[in-house]
Design a protein around this ligand. Sequence first.
Ligand code: AMP
Length: 459
Amino acid sequence: MTFASLGLFEPLLKTLTSLNYQTPTPLQLQSIPAILGNQDLIATAQTGTGKTAGFALPILQRLTLAGAPVSANSVRALILVPTRELAEQVHRSIQTYGQNLPLRSLAVYGGVSINPQMMGLRKGVDVLVATPGRLLDLHRQNAVRFRQLDILVLDEADRMLDLGFSSELNELIAVLPKQRQTLLFSATFSQRLERLAVQVSRAPQRIAVSTRNAAASTIAQWLVPVDRKRKTELFLHLLKDRQWGQVLAFVNTRKGAEQLVQAVQAIGISVETIHGDKRQPTRLRALERFKAGEIQVLIATSVAARGLDIEDLPLVVNIDLPLTAADYVHRIGRTGRAGAAGEAVSLVSADEVSQLAAIESLLGEVLTRHEEPHFIAEHRLPVTTADGLIRKKPKKPKKPKIPRQEAQPSPSAPEATSAARSRIHLGDWFTDAPGTEPKPAAPPSKAAKPAPARRPPRS
Ligand code: AMP
């Protein structure tokens, strides 16, 4: 099944090709035709299922092909999200997917000045991504009108309820046009959420997909935070210290591949490289030698390695993280095949944190971090979450000046949960549902032992 066969039009197909999205995810297979067909939708789907593209692509197409141009202070599609990080993330996706379309988009959320957001709304926006509290504020100040609203999306609806946004949601829904398309996405469905779903939608199509965790569960994945300039040194150290056997190592550039080859050769380990500058017969010969166990390290770029048939490889190392999350899954898919145990190690520098977040979001899990003594990074790798979020170092919460009792949430907010209460205390930093913290780093196995038949001579 292709994106074209789902009914997406040319400008979007062009964008998807440039993003290297080759096939729709199971969620997208169902959501895209339904949304293009003006169906309401209730979807059980977590982050990592491709849900953002699953709703954003058909919405952008519908807004481009039908409806009047947006009027001042109006909105045509509204995406409600629980946190400002998610608002930013969804807005970035809208901008990416809509890059070839004549549509305006904006993200509004609390914790920052409202004035620029009011200015941004003046000309009207086709797609508005918003957290409920700030949107209500803007509506109360007449900065936003909903007469032109055609599409409402509730993203991560369960987290919105968990964070205590129930009354804001009800207030907002009451002022939206009844005639609209409604799409609700949630990882979990409680009775309370089911009531909300029934209240907001009309004859919805229901879809449920599990997390798109394409990585084989037999692959042990971990990463080592390291400064970019010390990656080669760390790789050579790990090769020796952990007595790695055959390794398929990925870098992002041809130049990087050539430099690494020289460094590996310099410590007396047999190595070959395959990248775009090498002719196909040369690449194939390198691969054959690697498969025959004649060389220990094969260094490759993603493009050169696509379609390589290497089975039972115990270890893949990402010296550079790939530019797309899908490429990560392709790369590490070369190990742990057919149920065999495999290991995938990534050397990650602070400037790669966005790529890391996208990968973890696609996998639906945070990769275990292992700090290597003597290689502790000066540029710290920011903390990431399984939702694909990047945490800036939190400011120490100020001690409240008011007496403790008064700092409790008001009794007029009966929906506020413990998560919502934490949010009140810590201000805008605490925006995530509990349970998304990365697991503490468990030390990985000391050595990924090579298959005996493959062990190459160290020449
Ligand atoms: P989401 O579930 O929306 O958070 O998406 C998770 C990740 O999957 C994001 O990094 C997307 O860029 C990526 N993604 C979404 N759809 C596809 C697709 N069809 N092919 C490859 N990557 C995708």
